[in-house]
Design a protein around this ligand. Structure first.
Ligand code: GDP
Ligand code: MG
Length: 317
């Protein structure tokens, strides 16, 4: 049996458990997870290296976690949905994931359209079965609804959080993949730069510490990132859209910001394996979500381009 590899996109509504599944399969925290919809704003890539075993070839699965599928209402939303379409086009397999424990499955026309509209081979994953308490019959209407839209190669009940059904899923995914090369070197598990993952870990703590419109109105930009052998110095700006939100983020006597900073620092230290000195600032940038230029600036792929161009200028000037 020869080596299998391919790109596998995880698609679903906000909160279905896409990022939880990515982290569970990758065995590492690559994407931040929260109970709030639209936690994931960018495409997140996780590389899973699967050793060969009896009856199964070795494989490399390049998993792509996407922002939840929703009807976009802003520049940020449009950017998120174009990330979804881009990830879906040209991948080898799509994992359509739904929250099977939700009373009314509001799949959203938008998701159904996306599912219907692609010819990419797909699995249907019924997630959160740990919440069903054995009442698997509840799954039948869901399966019926989705099966009307298109053919699914497999329908697999899972619990991403409790890691149920994931071995079976992994086996099925590998068998659905074509023979292929190692796309990434052994040992590489993501394409996200540490700098970006740091900004995500800070944003995750903002999501936990705030509510209502504040999480959606917030974004994080890293201003300083100096990695030393023992200590990493990081300065980051949390952008929000209004003065009132800034007051909430800072809190009485700076308590909220302090809590965010401490919790984020612990997570960042765990990821980087060094001590971290973290400085956080809060700034207002009105309607940043509507600003195409700013939304583009937040994209780490764009930021990388800037870094490369700046270095190039320095070297040549
Ligand atoms: N009970 C249960 N909760 C889950 C499961 N998978 C995800 N969740 C929770 O659902 C919420 C949304 O998860 P997340 O991965 O951020 O969803 P995403 O928006 O699709 O990426 C989080 O609170 C998760 O802990 C599961 O299998 N069982
Ligand atoms: Mg997510």
């Amino acid at each position: 049996m020869s080596f299998r590899s391919g790109f596998v996109t995880i698609i679903g509504r906000p909160n279905a458990g896409k990022s939880t599944l990515l982290n569970a399969l990758a065995g590492e925290k690559l994407a931040i997870v929260s109970p709030k919809p639209q936690t994931t704003r960018n495409r997140v890539l996780g590389v899973i290296h699967v050793p060969k075993k009896k009856g199964r070839p070795g494989a490399q699965i390049v998993l792509i976690d996407t922002p939840g599928v929703h009807r976009p209402g802003s520049s940020l939303g449009r950017k998120m949905m174009s990330e979804v379409r881009e990830a879906l086009n040209g991948c080898d397999l799509a994992l359509i994931i739904t929250d099977a424990a939700k009373k009314s499955d509001d799949a959203g026309e938008f998701l159904l359209d996306v599912v219907k509209g692609t010819k990419t081979p797909a699995f249907l994953l019924l997630n959160k079965i740990d919440l069903l308490r054995g009442e698997k019959r509840q799954l039948l209407p869901l399966i019926e609804k989705y099966s009307k839209l298109r053919d699914f190669r497999e329908v697999i009940p899972i619990s991403a959080r409790k890691r149920e059904g994931l071995d079976l899923l992994l086996d099925k995914v590998i068998h659905a993949l074509p023979e292929g090369p190692h796309y990434f070197p052994e040992g590489q598990i993501t394409d996200q730069p540490a700098r970006f993952m740091v900004s995500e870990l800070i944003r995750e703590q903002v999501l936990f510490a705030t509510s209502e419109e504040v999480p959606h109105s917030t974004t994080v930009m890293i201003e300083q990132f100096e990695e030393g052998a023992k200590l990493t110095r990081i300065a980051a700006v949390i952008y929000c859209e209004r003065e009132g939100q800034k007051r909430i983020l800072i809190g009485h006597r700076g308590e909220v910001l302090k809590k965010i900073g401490t919790a984020a620092r612990i997570e960042i230290e765990r990821m980087l394996g060094t001590k971290v000195f973290l400085e956080l600032f809060v700034k207002v940038r009105q309607n940043w979500r509507e600003s195409r230029g700013f939304v583009e600036e937040l994209d780490w792929r764009r930021q990388l381009e800037h870094l490369v161009t700046a270095e190039h200028k320095e070297n040549s000037g």
